[in-house]
Design a protein around this ligand. Structure first.
Ligand SMILES: Cc1cc2nc3c(=O)[nH]c(=O)nc-3n(C[C@H](O)[C@H](O)[C@H](O)COP(=O)(O)OP(=O)(O)OC[C@H]3O[C@@H](n4cnc5c(N)ncnc54)[C@H](O)[C@@H]3O)c2cc1C
Length: 309
């Protein structure tokens, strides 16, 4: 089921139907703050007031032309201006395929550096999300080149990939800040651990390497076992709670989110917004069967009503 949903997340035929459908739009709102920057700012304000940090993601990936990539870059410059103007405690997460990685590495590098330079001017930070394995090496290369000019950029490493331990060591040598996650894409067993137990074991191993590095990293997960292992390790190693942050997705495990804040940990919520929510939404459905059941329950009554004479 997970693989089917991840395959469907790339479907160019399903996307427009889902994005028009009222039921899917309604369910997607659980995971997406809204379509406009104003919606996202409102969500950040609510979270900031309760002590949460935020990372804003203007939804979009695999843009098909240069104009789309430049439009997305312009959107991110405007987000940084807005964060500064509104004095929000937020940074930005973006995907390189949204900045034209499928079209030209040169274009993508140019646009990323423009955004990172602007973030640096405003003393802010850009997190480059990690996409499917076809993009891993190019993403790391582009981030490393950008970081050599502006340190206000970091990236994401995925515990399900065999290569990640080596990537983590190379990124640490370059002083790069990282977000550790399990990985959300469909990957073959030749390059990624197929079993959850192995992904989890690798996650814990990498979490320890990151926390012990002395660089400020993000531990991104909703898994109570990963969270507990992180807390235990930090306590044993006398790593203060302000030396790292937990990260979670908007709308997911808000009970655990509240608990971490109550316990005094730093927690950043990844807040996606925009109209291009389909692939993001499908990846969230793939992560948890209960999300799919909830979605189908919302979809089916309307579908049967629509099909009645
Ligand atoms: C801040 C953040 C940024 C991320 N950035 C990236 C990225 O750049 N690249 C990338 O490949 N992946 C990214 N991910 C996604 C990540 O790789 C996982 O797919 C996702 O976080 C689920 O893994 P988990 O660690 O929560 O553990 P899992 O073992 O998948 O889940 C543990 C528990 O968390 C809860 N849970 C997990 N997912 C959901 C969901 N969708 N809905 C409801 N409950 C859920 C359930 O209670 C589940 O039992 C990011 C995740 C976070 C939190």
């Amino acid at each position: 089921m997970r693989n089917l949903l991840l395959r469907l997340s790339e479907s160019k035929r399903l996307a427009p139907w889902m994005m028009r459908n009222r039921a899917s739009r309604g369910v997607a709102r659980r995971f997406v703050a809204g379509e406009s920057l104003e919606d996202a700012v409102a969500a950040v304000r609510v979270l900031n007031r309760s002590g949460y940090l935020a990372s804003l993601d203007l939804l979009g990936e695999n843009v098909a032309d240069e104009a789309g990539a430049r439009r997305a870059a312009g959107g991110y410059l405007a987000i940084f201006d807005c964060i500064s103007r509104e004095q929000l405690d937020a940074n930005v997460s973006l995907k390189l395929t949204q900045l034209g990685l499928d079209l030209s590495e040169t274009l993508c590098q140019e646009l990323l550096e423009k955004i990172v330079a602007h973030a640096a001017d405003l003393r802010n930070f850009v997190r480059v999300d990690m996409e499917g394995s076809a993009y891993t090496q190019r993403t790391l290369d582009i981030v490393k080149r950008a970081r050599a000019r502006y340190p206000s950029v970091g990236t994401v490493v995925q515990a399900y990939l065999y290569r990640t331990e080596q990537d983590v060591r190379a990124l640490l040598d370059a002083g790069c800040r990282m977000r550790l996650c399990k990985g959300a894409y469909m990957e073959p067993p030749e390059i990624a651990f197929p079993r959850k137990a192995d992904v989890d074991a690798n996650y814990i191993k990498l979490m320890k390497v990151l926390l012990a590095s002395g660089i400020y990293h993000g531990i991104a997960t909703h898994d109570p076992n990963m969270i507990q292992a992180t807390k235990n390790f930090a306590r044993q190693q006398k790593i203060a709670p302000d030396q790292f942050e937990f990260q979670m997705l908007y709308g997911i495990r808000t009970d655990l989110q509240r608990q971490l804040i109550r316990e005094g940990y730093r927690l950043r919520i990844y807040i996606p917004f925009g109209s291009d929510w389909f692939p993001y939404f499908m990846r969230r459905l793939a992560e948890r069967p209960a999300n799919l059941v909830f979605f189908l329950r919302n979809l089916l009554p309307r579908a049967s009503k629509n099909s009645s004479p």
